[in-house]
Design a protein around this ligand. Structure first.
Ligand code: SF4
Length: 460
C-alpha cells in the first residue's frame, strides 16, 4: 500500500494506463478511444500451419460449453459513408456463386467431431448485408445451418440487414427457414442525414418495414442507432430514440460513430461535402443523453451499448463473442476464436471461391491464444456489462489481480471513472463511456505483467 493512497505505483510503466487528471471525466478522462472492442493481443501463426491447426481443432470432440457460428455475407448494395465493413458491391451472379460456395463450405465443415460435440446456442449472419441476398438464397443458407449443425432448442439465429431492398418475401422466407432474430441497421431515422450517408430508404419506409417486422411477431427485431453523425443534433438524436420507443421493437444498440481513417466519411468531410461529425466530447454528451432516455423509458440494459424492451431480446451472439466461447467462422471475411486459435477466413472473394472449389477451408490468417487469454476474455466480457469482479476473477484464475491493477484502479477511482466496492470495480457513467479504454488497459497491463517476468508470486 502506498503512502498517498491505497496502492503504490508498481513501476513507471503504469503511467500510460492512467486517466488524465480532471474534474470532468466524461469529457476529459482520455484524449481518444483506443479500440473499438477490448481484445487481448494474440500471437500470429504461420499461414502454412493454419490447415493443420484447423484440422486438429475439428478432430477433437470437445470445446467450450458456449459456442456460436458466424456466417459472413460480404456484399452490400451501397458503400455507406460511415462504414468500415464494406467489401464487395452486390452483383446477383457473384452472390449466387458465393451462396453455392458457402453451402459447400458448411458441408465440408459439418460432421467434424468438434462440431457435433455439443449444440450451438447462437448463429449470426452478418456482413456486409445478408438481406441483400435474394429470398431463396437467404432461406437456403438458414435451412442449411439447421440441417447440418446441432443447434440448442433456444438457439438465437440472427440475420443482419438493412431496410433497403429487404422486402416481405425475404423476411418471410428467412423466418420460414428458422431465423428468429433480425438486426436491422437503421443508424438514424432522419431522412436527410440518411441520404447524406448513403442510406436509400426514407424515414417513412424504415418505419413501415420495422412495423411490419414487429407485427409479424415471429422473431425478435432490433435496430442499431448511431450518435455523432454529421448534421445530427441532440434534438435529432432524441427524436431517433423516441421513434424507436414508438415502434416498440425488442431492442436497440446505441453506437458511437467511428470515423475510419482514410474512409469515405473522412474524405467527404475533408472535401467539405459533409459537415464535421461530433467531436469526442460531444459524443460523450450524446451517450449520456441516450442512456438517460433509455433508462427513463425502463429499457433493460444488456451491455454498455445494448438495450432490450423485454427478456425476449438476449443479444447472445454479441455477448458470447466478447467472452469465453468458441465461434466457428464461415464465409469470406468471417473470423472466430476456436479452441486455442483465432481463424480468419479468406477476405478476397476470388481466393475464397477458388479454395472452396479445391475443397479447402480458405484460411487467410490466424492467431494463437495469448497466455491468460481466458482471464482477458472474462475481463472484456464483464466490462461490457459495466463491472469487473476482481475478487471472483482472482479466485477463478488463481492470482492476485489487485496487486497488479490496484494502483491504476485507485487513480481511475479518484478521477471518477470507477467505484471499487468489495473487490468489484463498477463503471460510473463517465466510466461507461470510456469502457473500451478501461477494459483494454486492464488487459494490456496484465498482459505486460505476464510477459515481463515481473509476475513471480502473482501468477500461479
Ligand atoms: S453499413 Fe451495412 S450496408 Fe452500409 S456499407 Fe456497411 S455493411 Fe454495407
Amino acid at each position: 500500500m502506498g503512502a498517498n493512497g491505497r496502492y503504490a505505483m508498481n513501476c513507471t510503466d503504469d503511467r500510460r494506463f492512467l486517466a488524465n487528471k480532471t474534474d470532468d471525466p466524461l469529457h476529459e478522462a482520455f484524449d481518444s478511444k483506443i479500440a473499438i472492442h477490448a481484445m487481448p493481443r494474440g500471437e500470429s501463426i504461420r499461414p502454412e500451419a493454419l490447415p493443420g491447426l484447423w484440422a486438429d481443432v475439428m478432430a477433437a470432440a470437445d470445446g467450450l460449453p458456449i459456442r456460436s457460428i458466424y456466417i459472413h455475407i460480404p456484399f452490400c448494395e451501397d458503400h455507406c459513408l460511415f462504414c468500415g465493413f464494406y467489401k464487395n458491391a452486390y452483383r446477383s451472379d457473384l452472390a449466387e456463386q458465393y451462396v453455392e460456395a458457402l453451402v459447400q463450405e458448411m458441408e465440408l465443415t459439418a460432421g467434424a467431431p468438434f462440431l457435433n460435440a455439443r449444440p450451438f446456442q447462437a448463429v449470426y449472419f452478418g456482413g456486409g448485408t445478408p438481406t441483400a441476398l435474394p429470398a431463396k438464397s437467404l432461406a437456403r443458407l438458414v435451412s442449411t445451418v439447421h440441417r447440418l449443425f446441432p443447434l440448442s432448442n433456444d438457439c438465437e439465429i440472427t440475420v443482419e440487414g438493412r431496410i433497403y431492398n429487404c422486402d416481405k418475401e425475404k423476411i418471410e422466407a428467412a423466418l420460414r427457414a428458422g431465423t428468429n432474430r433480425f438486426s436491422m441497421g437503421v443508424q438514424t431515422f432522419d431522412t436527410r442525414i440518411r441520404k447524406s450517408l448513403g442510406r436509400r430508404a426514407p424515414r417513412e419506409k424504415v418505419i413501415e418495414s420495422l412495423t411490419y417486422l414487429r407485427d409479424l411477431g415471429s422473431a425478435v427485431a432490433i435496430i442499431d442507432l448511431i450518435y455523432g453523425l454529421p448534421d445530427q443534433s441532440p434534438e435529432i438524436w432524441e427524436e431517433d430514440i423516441k421513434t424507436f420507443f414508438g415502434l416498440r421493437l425488442d431492442g436497440c444498440d446505441l453506437y458511437q460513430l467511428n470515423v475510419f481513417k482514410g474512409g469515405l466519411l473522412e474524405k467527404a468531410v475533408s472535401k467539405g461535402s459533409l459537415p464535421a461529425p461530433a467531436t469526442l466530447k460531444e459524443q460523450a454528451d450524446y451517450y449520456v443523453q441516450g442512456v438517460a432516455l433509455m433508462e427513463a423509458a425502463h429499457y433493460h440494459r444488456l451491455s454498455v451499448t445494448h438495450w432490450a424492451r423485454f427478456s425476449r431480446e438476449r443479444n447472445l451472439y454479441n455477448l458470447f463473442s466478447r467472452g469465453r466461447s468458441d465461434c466457428v467462422p464461415l464465409g469470406s471475411g468471417a473470423g472466430g476464436w476456436l479452441g486455442n486459435y483465432f481463424f480468419f477466413v479468406e477476405g478476397s472473394l476470388k481466393k475464397y471461391l477458388n479454395a472452396i472449389k479445391a475443397r479447402r477451408k480458405p484460411l487467410a490468417f490466424g492467431l494463437k491464444r495469448s497466455q491468460r487469454d481466458f482471464l482477458f476474455r472474462d475481463i472484456s466480457y464483464q466490462m461490457e456489462l459495466g463491472y469487473c469482479d476482481l475478487n471472483e476473477l482472482a479466485e477463478r484464475h488463481k492470482m492476485n489481480l489487485l496487486t497488479i491493477l490496484g494502483p491504476i484502479i485507485a487513480q481511475w477511482e479518484k478521477v471518477g471513472l470507477v467505484n471499487l466496492t468489495d473487490g468489484c470495480l463498477y463503471l460510473t457513467r463517465p466510466g461507461e463511456f470510456w469502457a473500451v479504454n478501461l477494459a483494454q488497459m486492464l488487459i494490456d497491463r496484465l498482459q505486460e505483467d505476464s510477459l515481463s517476468g515481473s509476475h513471480r508470486g502473482r501468477w500461479s
